[in-house]
Design a protein around this ligand. Sequence first.
Ligand code: CIR
Length: 257
Amino acid sequence: MTPELIALTRPVSASIAECELTHLSRAPIDVVRAAAQHSAYEAALRLLRVSVIQVGAAPELPDAVFIEDTAIVLDEVAVITRPGADIRRRETDAVAEVLSEYRTVLALDAPATLDGGDVLTMGRTIYVGRSGRTNDEAIARVGAMLGPYGYRVVAVDFAGCLHLKSAVTAVAYDVVLLNPAWVRASAFPGYEIIHVDPSEPHAANGLRVAGAVVFPEHFPLTRTRLEGRGLHVVTVPCDELAKAEGAVTCCCLLFSV
Ligand code: CIR
């Protein structure tokens, strides 16, 4: 039987305009439009036969929609993170509760800090970006926790963007999409590399799911590159959520059951 794919998502919070911002200047966010875009994203996932399960809303937590940052979910186990931004640590309990229905749940504790956006899993290798949100203690701890499950953890340096997955994501099992201005392609030896179009620096974040790549519709030039490589791209509107420094991977935790 084909495994069922589940995407945990979380509604856009009414307070999203007060989100954390690192590399972007604050711009007004239209909450209704952001929520509509989030619904379109969930609909795109459902069309790809993913079961979307919403974790309860957290209106008082501005960044709750970016659920990816709260956990690393693998086939064997899940690790609840300790997000780098203080206020975001309050997002994890509700996610842990839902995840515990599907996985054994481990958790990071102080002084480790880690955002799931810094974690790129490809096969048995877990690349973890060293960032303002993710520290070396967390990288060592994740290595120690997941080594026994057969995973190798590799630290990756990058610069210029919030998370490792702002700079690079997997768009097929052997292909990565990256912005060479933010991360070195040599960090991913053996992988075919597709560069973002230079005029679309934020386009390296695509969500690989069910043989497709869910991808922001506001990056048409990079989309053409993906399609030119034969990849099936499903575009979603997400420019409103992008004002909160989020993209497509960050709005779900994807796993199979
Ligand atoms: C933050 O700064 O934490 C949020 N405003 C954006 C988080 C985006 N998360 C992600 O890309 N994984």
